[in-house]
Design a protein around this ligand. Structure first.
Ligand code: SF4
Ligand code: SF4
Length: 364
């Protein structure tokens, strides 16, 4: 296997760990809840990084199983931060899967993504504020364009992850066709249930992720189907659309608020080290929740022709626009798809080992 002596310096650009201090004691593996299945995790990947085994790292799916419980970092006698190393690996892998190179640029330049997001938000708001036509109709077109953009971006990532994790190491196209594996992948995606694999379940962390996930998924449905038309209809506080929007907005506000608080307080191993993209993610989530709830609140209280509502709705759509264009496809957010995919790829690998996977050899 080809060795890249600069690999560890490259990965270091993605996180605050110091595995050069590691003396291979094995404590991290002993405490890691994931090492039940793989007796050398996470030490195996620490070693691979150390010695520059680049293909081993780029084909790894284990970092996606790790939910940063932080038990390894808390017990490491050398304070090498193996949990943060896993976090850095996830960022490194996102940069590898991203064909545009923007994730890599954003991770390495720290606050660039935040400044670009702020600039694009100001531009979008300026354009929306000067728009003199039917803004409700324009918003419908913008919201309906979101899923097309996200699907294209996501498709590129998934294909690249599949290429690195399955096609290259297994030498061809492999798949698991078992319905139970496909269902399990979706269940993981919606519930993030691996959080509960940690020795001590961190209910606040799991709960805040669940709130954000469910609230955000619902927000996607509401905006992509353009269910909320605040400038054209007057909603009662308990209409079906209002109830969906209240839940989505408040779930994001509470979940995003808890995430922000934990990062501010550094109250857990997983929130001790924050990359600027982590801050951008939680702050944007919070703003989406706040502007959505305020939009509906103004509609309910003051009606669809209220001038303040017209302004707040433009802010809401401007936030959604920059969120979809500059935040969703790059850095932090996209990882929510890789975790469930890693669960599926794990099954594919096991079936390939057992010779039961669907298989298509390339170039034969
Ligand atoms: S616990 Fe720390 S020193 Fe021991 S193997 Fe893990 S990273 Fe290395
Ligand atoms: S953070 Fe938790 S799950 Fe991840 S490697 Fe460390 S002990 Fe294992």
């Amino acid at each position: 296997m080809k060795v890249n002596p600069e690999l560890i310096d490259e990965i270091k650009k993605y996180g605050a760990f110091d595995i050069s201090a590691c003396f291979n004691c094995g404590n991290c593996t002993a405490v890691c809840p994931l090492s039940k299945e793989d007796a050398s995790f996470p030490r195996k990947l620490i070693r691979a990084g150390h010695v520059g085994m680049e293909e081993k790292i780029t084909s790894a799916i284990e970092p996606w199983h790790c939910y940063y419980c932080g038990e390894c970092s808390a017990t490491c006698p050398r304070e090498a931060q193996p949990g943060e190393y896993m976090m850095a690996l996830r960022r490194y892998l996102i940069a590898k899967y991203d064909i545009t190179g923007l994730s890599k640029l954003f991770y390495k330049t720290g606050w660039l993504q935040t400044w670009l997001t702020a600039g694009l938000f100001a531009l979008a708001l300026w354009i929306y504020s000067r728009y003199t036509g039917d803004f409700g109709a324009l918003a419908a077109k913008i919201e309906m364009a979101f899923p097309v953009y996200v699907t294209i971006a996501l498709g590129g990532y998934i294909l690249n992850m599949y290429r690195h994790a399955i096609v290259k190491p297994l030498g061809g196209i492999k798949a698991s066709l078992k319905p139970s594996h496909i269902i399990e992948t979706f269940v993981h995606g919606f519930t993030q249930k691996n959080f509960n694999g940690c020795e001590e379940t961190d209910l606040v962390r799991w709960g805040s992720h669940l709130l954000v996930m469910s609230g955000y998924t619902l927000t996607l449905v509401i905006s992509n189907l353009h269910l909320l038309e605040p400038l054209n209809k007057h909603y009662s506080p308990f209409s079906p659309v209002s109830l969906l929007v209240w839940y989505a907005g408040f779930a994001i506000l509470v979940g995003g608020g808890l995430m922000t608080l934990r990062r501010l307080l550094k109250s857990a191993e997983s929130s001790k080290f924050s990359h600027p993209s982590d801050w951008l993610f939680v702050v944007m989530m919070f703003l989406i929740g706040l502007s959505t709830v305020t939009t509906l609140g103004l509609n309910v209280l003051r009606g669809p022709s209220d001038p303040l509502l017209a302004q707040v709705y433009r802010v809401n759509i401007a936030i959604e626009t920059v969120w979809i264009i500059l935040v969703v496809p790059f850095t932090k957010w996209i990882h929510i798809f890789f975790r469930p995919l890693a669960v599926y790829f794990q099954h594919v690998r096991k079936e390939a080992e057992a010779g039961t996977a669907f298989s298509l050899q390339l170039g034969k």
